[in-house]
Design a protein around this ligand. Structure first.
Ligand code: NAD
Length: 272
């Protein structure tokens, strides 16, 4: 993986033979990133990774204390908002060079019992708000001639599972939005991609494991290996830092041609 920072269009510096090495500038020095759902799990890992690469990170989350303490830890700015009200997007900064649309929620029920207001809420948080955030931030990226949009999708952006109608619908929509942005933004040096993980070890998933182990009277290892990862070739949860590493890579100098894609990180699930 490339770690030096230079614009996509700039040629690599010639080798200087025996002269002393100048320390490389951090990959995202001078850049601003906005990460939604940044107070926990994958979003938190993304915010930490982008900050370590030199970006100033806008930590956007409804969970106030966690957002503020992370922002303090990484030298970013906390924005405590509820993204289920898409109008709050107009109060967020418009100057992001990197946008990570990550905030997400789940609800499990068969379609004929699925509460319509819950379905609509999930589409607002996971589709309309990302659309509005991009509508707000893309003009600045276009003006500056560089930008990276990374949408945290899911294996459920590519495949369906029963009882997750709202989530599967929203993630498929996010994949579509991401591709449209890729087409529109290409001429401005802006890429748009999805990262689509299988099960990631976040607080949400760890609670589900404990619950299912209790409910089914099986071990937590069996919940992971036999229930959650039944269709995955690799029977291990993905770590949030691994997802963040993929996000960071998509923000790097060698990925300017990767756009409109979905990077599966699913242990072979979608190959099955
Ligand atoms: N954990 C997994 O296994 C997994 C797998 C594939 C994709 N994903 C996706 O990754 C993303 C992050 O998931 P996670 O597991 O890290 O979840 P998480 O629950 O650990 O974190 C989600 C964060 O989003 C915030 N959030 C939720 N609704 C919000 C709202 N209305 N306004 C503001 N903030 C809100 C929460 O406060 C929380 O901090 C989601 O889009 C999820 O669908 C997760």
């Amino acid at each position: 993986m490339e770690t030096s920072r230079r614009p996509d269009h700039e040629p690599a510096a010639p080798s200087l033979g025996g002269s002393p090495q100048v320390p490389a500038e951090p990959l995202l020095a001078g850049r601003t990133a906005l990460v939604t759902g940044a107070a926990s799990g994958i979003g938190r890992a993304c915010a930490q990774a982008l900050a370590s690469a030199g970006a100033h990170v806008h930590v956007v989350d409804r969970s106030g204390e966690a957002a503020k303490s992370l922002a303090e830890e990484i030298g970013g700015t906390a924005w405590v908002v509820d993204l289920s009200d898409p109008a709050v997007v107009d109060t967020l900064p418009a100057d992001a060079d990197v946008v990570v649309n990550n905030a997400g929620i789940q609800h499990v029920a068969p379609v004929h019992e699925f509460p319509p207001d819950r379905f609509a809420l999930i589409q607002r948080v996971m589709v309309e708000t990302p659309f509005r955030i991009l509508r707000r931030t893309l003009p600045g990226m276009y003006e500056r001639g560089w930008g990276r949009v990374v949408n945290i999708s899911s294996v459920h952006g590519l495949r369906a599972s029963p009882y997750k109608s709202a989530y599967v619908t929203a993630k498929h929509a996010l994949e579509g939005l991401s591709k449209v942005v890729a087409l529109e933004a290409a001429e401005y040096g802006v890429t748009s991609n999805c990262v689509s993980p299988g099960y990631v070890r976040t607080p949400l998933v760890e609670n589900q494991i404990a619950d299912q182990a209790r409910t089914h009277g099986i071990s937590e290892a069996d919940v992971v290996g036999r229930v959650m990862l039944e269709r995955s070739a690799i029977k291990r949860l993905i770590e949030p830092a691994d997802v963040a590493e993929a996000v960071l890579w998509l923000c790097g100098p060698r990925t300017g041609h990767i756009t409109g894609t979905s990077l599966s990180m699913d242990g072979g699930w979608t190959a099955n």
